[in-house]
Design a protein around this ligand. Structure first.
Ligand code: ATP
Ligand code: ZN
Length: 300
């Protein structure tokens, strides 16, 4: 049995837009844990890693206060929290270890249809409803705009029709919520996506080893999503042209083909998706027997 103190705690949103992606990421890192969505803690069964399921707004403070070692949360929530505690010593907050490839959205002004918007001048003297008062106030201050920030904890998009605000500043991804409320997206003030944050506190060695391993696996999972393994036959004379066509690849492996001096086999990992157009160009350049294979796992 591991000592309680040696176990890593990672805070993940309990129920919301980041939950499935976050849990899937941890599963792909090889973590299996006791399930049960009503639980606050899921105990890792094959690694000393436990998952704490909480509201996303609680994740930055749990990590900053070292109650959790790691957390997965949107940059919008991170930024709102950071502005709340002041920026005197950024390193005492938490470390933002990496950006993740899900939870993409933006914090934008939503303006009622039929109302024009010309940047800062259109904000002056207005009432702006938002759930991100600190980010908005910081933006207004930097722009030198005097406007009233009306704080809403949810359903910000109905504020204009209720007469509580002239416009809103809210998270947008597809824009369908704005459209459904007769608003249009006028300007973005923050681009956001999920991020992995880490405690600012120095962790003991036995924990550090597992944290490093987990971070490396998360990196690997992210890289692998887009990566492809390409195998092809190429005339030696066309190798330079073919290598130049391979998207995002490092030095490929070149192997002789039995009984052929003029042709070789080329194997390469491409860190970007490989489209049909690339295959057609490779063929035109002289490649044959082209195979594109998915990559299951990767450790750089
Ligand atoms: P909680 O109950 O955990 O407080 P919540 O209602 O604050 O949940 P969600 O709506 O589940 O949060 O969104 C979680 C995160 O997902 C957001 O903070 C943001 O980073 C990201 N996100 C991605 N797209 C959107 C979107 N269209 N609207 C809101 N959030 C989005
Ligand atoms: Zn929340």
């Amino acid at each position: 049995m591991q000592q309680q103190t040696a176990r890593i705690k990672i805070a993940v949103q309990k129920s919301g837009r980041l939950t499935d992606h976050s849990l899937e990421l941890l599963s792909r890192c090889g973590l299996s844990y006791s399930k049960g969505r009503d639980q606050l803690i899921c105990y890792g069964e094959n690694m000393p890693v436990d998952v704490l399921l909480v509201r996303d707004d609680d994740i930055p403070s749990l990590v900053q206060e070292d109650i959790c070692d790691l957390g997965i949360v949107g940059l919008n929530v991170v930024e709102e929290y950071r502005l709340g505690i002041g920026t005197a010593d950024a390193s005492a907050v938490f470390r933002q270890v990496s950006l993740l490839d899900f939870g993409h959205c933006r914090l934008s002004f939503g303006v009622p249809d039929g109302t024009s918007f010309e940047g800062s001048v259109s904000l002056a003297g207005k009432r702006i409803a938002t759930s991100y008062p600190r980010i908005l106030k910081d933006y207004l201050q930097r722009e030198g705009v005097d406007a009233t920030v009306v704080e809403f904890s949810g359903a910000v998009e109905i504020a204009p029709s209720l007469g509580k605000a002239d416009l809103i500043c809210d998270l947008v991804s597809s824009g369908s919520t704005l459209r459904a409320n007769q608003l249009y997206e006028a300007q973005t003030i923050l681009e956001s996506r999920a991020a992995l944050i880490q405690t600012p506190v120095q962790v003991p060695e036995e924990k550090a080893v597992w944290i490093k391993r987990l971070l490396q696996r998360i990196e690997g999972v992210q890289q692998v999503r887009e990566s492809k393994y390409i195998v092809l036959h190429a005339p030696r004379s066309a190798l330079d042209a073919i290598r130049a066509l391979l998207p995002g690849s490092e030095a490929p492996t070149i192997m002789p083909l039995d009984g052929r001096d003029d042709k070789v086999a080329l194997h390469a990992v491409c860190r970007e998706n490989v489209f049909w157009e690339t295959l057609e160009q490779l063929k035109e350049a002289g490649a044959s027997s082209i195979l594109v294979l998915p990559v299951e796992k990767m450790l750089a």
